[in-house]
Design a protein around this ligand. Structure first.
Ligand code: FMN
Ligand code: 173
Length: 385
């Protein structure tokens, strides 16, 4: 359970894991080298100039924390709820495909780690393990909620059967990834002719390794995802086939937040796919406030992209997100040390987040409000939000 730091395996003080970037550095040493088609590049890179990837992280730096002092924070409580279940703090593992390229246990390890720390996980349609196995792996450790990530597929029968399987196995929500009618323009992936490493399948889709290896990542996307996806056709259809919550992942504007409200969605994940789809879209922390304002409490709002510390998490909550997700750090944790590495990654966020709350004088998640932040201006004092 969150609260106890996970012991650092390395005896070498220089290798001690103290922050997320330490885990990333250790992971890079472990991920297969190979210059071509390297999973390392695939995980860390994104679309064209990678402006959005960089801004996802750096945009957090313009906020400063208006910390309040002399508050009794001895009983500060980081817990909240996600999909109706108590979680130890507001963080989960974003849906991210092909986790077995970072560690053979892949999504099973991530599910166990999330359950151990008391958090939620989203399952990618492109997971290397089946929904049943991922659910059972987590549930064998403790109560855990899962969201099932979906794309609108050209093959609607297949889409429906995946949704039914997810519901039957006890998933709580659909995350409909809406930012990917086609894959982004990815120089690194294309130059490297990235293909899923040999031996890994996508059981949720019924694809074996041989089939996957025949095509590039880009081709499999193009052949598979329906670029005629749209709000008015797809959301009512989803509602008609499932009782799970329906969330739209990939929203970065007030206009689309209003669309999601209009279509009766349960929530949105403010996300730019970790800067892997359309380069030049805003950092998610910069898009969040307009989405929060447009929603006006009518749907739930989560966010992912570039969150690399407990302080980033705190800032996202202060700006109106209810829950945050991380993508690449899961791969780094897996590559570093499988399930234990993901636990260490999640614990690192937990420790930083709890201390940030305490040092800011916050005793509960509801104490984290816009009043906790200011914006740095070049020409004057800190501006309040
Ligand atoms: C290697 C990799 C695979 C991903 N696979 C998926 C996926 O299958 N479905 C999806 O909706 N998003 C996918 N994403 C995007 C993540 O869900 C998430 O939006 C993003 O990674 C968050 O940004 P961060 O990596 O900066 O935390 C993937 C991201 C990465 C890095
Ligand atoms: O590359 C991605 O961003 C992505 O969404 C994905 C989808 C399927 C498998 C691996 C990654």
């Amino acid at each position: 359970m969150a609260g106890k730091p996970v012991p650092t395996p390395s005896k070498n003080p220089g290798d001690r894991i103290l922050c997320i970037d330490d885990i990333r550095k250790q992971a890079l040493k472990k991920l297969p080298k190979g210059v071509a088609a390297s999973p390392k590049d695939f995980i860390n890179s994104g679309a064209t100039e990678e402006l959005t990837i960089r801004e996802n992280t750096t945009a957090y730096n313009k906020y400063r924390i208006r910390s309040r002092v002399l508050v009794d924070v001895s009983k500060a409580d980081t817990s909240t709820t996600c999909f109706g279940q108590k979680v130890s703090f507001p963080l989960g593992c974003s849906p991210a495909g092909i986790q077995a390229m970072a560690h053979p246990d892949g999504e099973l390890a991530t599910s166990r780690a999330c359950a151990k720390i008391g958090l939620t996980m989203a399952i990618s349609s492109f997971a290397n393990y089946g929904i049943k196995d991922i659910r059972e792996a987590g549930l064998s450790v403790g109560p855990i909620k899962h969201a099932m990530q979906m794309y609108t597929l050209k093959n609607q029968e297949m889409e429906e059967s995946i949704i039914q399987e997810a519901e039957a196995r006890g998933c709580s929500a659909i995350f409909l990834t809406a930012d990917s009618p086609v894959l982004g323009v990815r120089y690194s992936e294309w130059r490297n002719d990235f293909r899923t490493p040999d031996g890994l399948g996508f059981p949720i889709l019924g694809w074996d390794s041989e089939r996957i290896r025949r095509q590039t990542h880009d081709d499999s996307f193009t052949n598979f995802n329906d670029d005629s996806h749209n709000w008015t056709r797809d959301i009512p259809w989803l509602r008609s086939v499932t009782k799970m919550e329906i969330w739209i992942k990939g929203v970065v504007t007030a206009e689309d937040t209003l669309k999601a409200v209009e279509m009766g969605c349960d929530g949105i994940v403010v996300s730019n796919h970790g800067g892997r789809q359309l380069d030049g879209v805003p950092a998610t922390i910069d898009a969040l406030p307009e989405c929060v304002a447009a929603a006006a409490g009518r749907l739930r709002i989560h966010v992912d992209g570039g969150i690399r510390s407990g302080t980033d998490l705190f800032k996202a909550l202060a700006l109106g997100a209810e829950y945050c997700w991380v993508g690449r750090p899961t791969f780094w944790g897996l590559a570093y040390n499988g399930q234990e590495g993901v636990e260490m990654m999640l614990e690192t966020y937990y420790q930083e987040f709890k201390r940030c709350m305490q040092l800011c004088g916050c005793n509960s998640i509801k104490d984290i409000t816009p009043a906790c932040l200011g914006v740095v201006r070049s020409d004057g004092p800190l501006a309040r939000l």
